[in-house]
Structures are given as C-alpha cells and as structure tokens.
Ligand binder design. Structure first.
Ligand SMILES: O=C(O)CCC(=O)C(=O)O
Ligand SMILES: [Fe+2]
Length: 318
C-alpha cells in the first residue's frame, strides 16, 4: 500500500511528494545497526533524558549527518536549522501509561492554520527491530492538514470545534481562556485559527510503521501520532485507532518490543513559521534541558553540517 511505503535517502523527490501529502516518512538504512549500537554502547553511562543529543560524544552524530541533512533540506524545501531539541530514552518500558483516548497527539501544536505548511519534523531513531512487533509508532495519514471529528468527542469538544468555524467563535474561545486563566502549552495557539470546512474530516485513517535498527522515522510536527501501536497477528497491515485496538486481546497481537531505546530530534528550515515555532519551543523546553551544555566537538560538527544552529536556549539559564 502506498501509504506505508518506505524510502532510501537518495529518493529525494519521491520523499518530498510523499511527505507533504501524508505528513510522515520511513527512511531505510540512514545509519547502520552497527553504528547506532556502537554510539549507544560508548555513551550509555552519560544518558539523561533531559540532555540534548549534542551532549554526547557519539550519539551527537545522529542529527549531524550530512546525507540526512541534504535529503531533508530537499524534502522541507529550505536549508536546515538545528535548535537543540532532542533526547534519548534508553530501556523504557512499553506499558501504556495513558488511556487509549489520550495516546494520539500532535507535538506541541493545536488549532493552527491548516492552510499553511510548517516545515518542522520530529525524527525518531529506534534501536529495536519492529518488523514483527507491537509497541511502535502509529501515524494518522495526512492529519497535518486536517482537524477530525472522532468518537472521542464529548459534547463540549464538539461545540468548541464548531465555534472555531467563525471569527467570533475563535475570539470567544480566546476570551474564555484569558478570563479563566486556562493554562495551555506555550507552543500552542491561544487564539485558535479559524477553521474552514475543507479542513474538517471524520475519523483519521492510520498506518503503523515498523522500523528496523538503522531506519529513521519522521513526522511533521503537526501530524497526529502515537507510540504503543499494536500489530495484529492475522491482519498485519491493519491499523486501527487506539480505542479499537485496546479491545483486541494481546494473544491476537505480536509481542511488544520491551524494553525499548529510541532517540528523537527536531529539524526545521528557517522559514518564518518555523522560526516562530522554534522560538516558542525553545522557551517551552525545561531549564534542566538548557543547563546541560553541548560538547564543543558537537557544536563544531553541527556548524559544519547545518545551515544554522540556534543556541539561544542556552542563554535562558545564564
Ligand atoms: O514513542 C514513540 O515512538 C513516539 C514518541 C513521540 O510521540 C514523540 O517523540 O513525539
Ligand atoms: Fe509525539
């Protein structure tokens, strides 16, 4: 099926078309299994989830990869910026801590203008083989361009959604948030962007992604996605929403990858919307994250490979 297609780094044009249409990419063999294992083995005693990958002598080579940067600057249609928004989690459990209805999310994005494109991606590098396993990534195809009405909707959520179809309704939501001092993520819009009927769809359509060690998955920062996907043994190509999936007994699913190790990093262009996103995100990342200084050697290599690096987060704590 076209939706669950994977690519190699040299297929730049194919990746560009696929990415803007569907909002995600599965890129094969970006690294070798041997390399990622060696990076991890060498740096594992330094790992702290709050540290950026640039704080590690070896794992810093995951984002600072010339071939990847070349390919993605083509896909995102602009030269790339590194903003020190990354981390690695090692040996984490794949037990679901969230209710199925809370799994699906966009990364620090809500109520944005669906008529614009945001050239910001989150990349995931996974150390385990997910080919025949549960516990991996599920994405909602093309959801970077649509808002959805789904079965999760409460009456209040539905009213809220309809308010967003008018300027007046958006202003009403904004005023309500200000008046009630509702705390929302600083990277999310306080004043919702007005929705248009063509932005609205019923029920997302999903696909599960099954990377092998050395593959890279990436998704538009606006795309709906979740971890903890289940692979149903007798219907391996079927991908259901988390609520339906949770009704399927585990003996009908492939075993979960557990524990799991994965690194994530954000790449973006320097376009105006991406700059706006970057500024808000740098502000939203924790003081602890910015207290870990990147290594000089990493900075040098990032500077050589990226068009620009944005160190402004580190000024927050000085
Ligand atoms: O656990 C995963 O594979 C996805 C994690 C995720 O949602 C994220 O890093 O934004
Ligand atoms: Fe996410």
């Amino acid at each position: 099926m076209a939706d669950s297609q994977s690519f190699f780094l040299h297929q730049k044009k194919e990746m560009e078309d696929f990415f803007w249409k569907y909002g995600y990419l599965h890129i094969k063999n970006v690294y070798t299994q041997k390399d990622i294992n060696a990076f991890l083995e060498a740096d594992k005693d330094l790992v702290d989830i709050e540290k950026d990958l640039s704080c590690y002598p070896n794992l810093s080579r995951l984002p600072s990869n010339k071939q990847l940067i070349d390919a993605l600057s083509h896909v995102l249609k602009g030269e790339l910026v590194y903003s020190f928004d990354s981390s690695i989690c090692i040996n984490t459990s794949t037990d679901e801590k969230l209710k199925p209805s809370q799994l699906l999310h966009r990364d620090n994005q809500a109520e944005f203008n669906f008529n614009t494109n945001l050239p910001v991606v989150r990349c995931g590098v996974y150390w385990q083989d997910y080919t025949n396993a549960s516990g991996g990534l599920k994405v909602a195809i093309g959801s970077h361009k649509h808002e959805y009405i789904s079965l999760n909707f409460t009456f209040k959520k539905l009213i809220w959604l309809f308010l967003r179809f008018s300027k007046w309704g958006c202003k009403y939501i904004y005023n309500k948030r200000i008046k009630n001092k509702i705390k929302i993520d600083p990277t999310v819009e306080l004043l919702p962007n007005q929705l248009n009927l063509k932005n609205l769809k019923f029920f997302p359509k999903y696909v599960n992604l099954y990377p092998k060690p050395g593959d890279l998955l990436l998704w538009n920062i606006r795309l709906l996605h979740q971890g903890y996907a289940r692979k149903i043994s007798f219907f391996p190509n079927l991908s259901l929403g988390a609520r339906f999936e949770s009704l399927i007994p585990w003996f009908l699913c492939e075993k979960k990858v557990s524990p799991r190790t994965a690194a994530f990093f954000v790449l973006q262009t320097d376009d105006e919307l991406a700059q706006e996103y970057r500024k808000k995100r740098i502000h939203a990342l924790t003081k602890k994250h910015w207290s870990y200084q990147p290594l000089k050697s990493s900075i040098q290599s990032l500077e050589e490979n990226f068009h620009k690096i944005d160190l402004s987060g580190y000024k927050k704590i000085t």
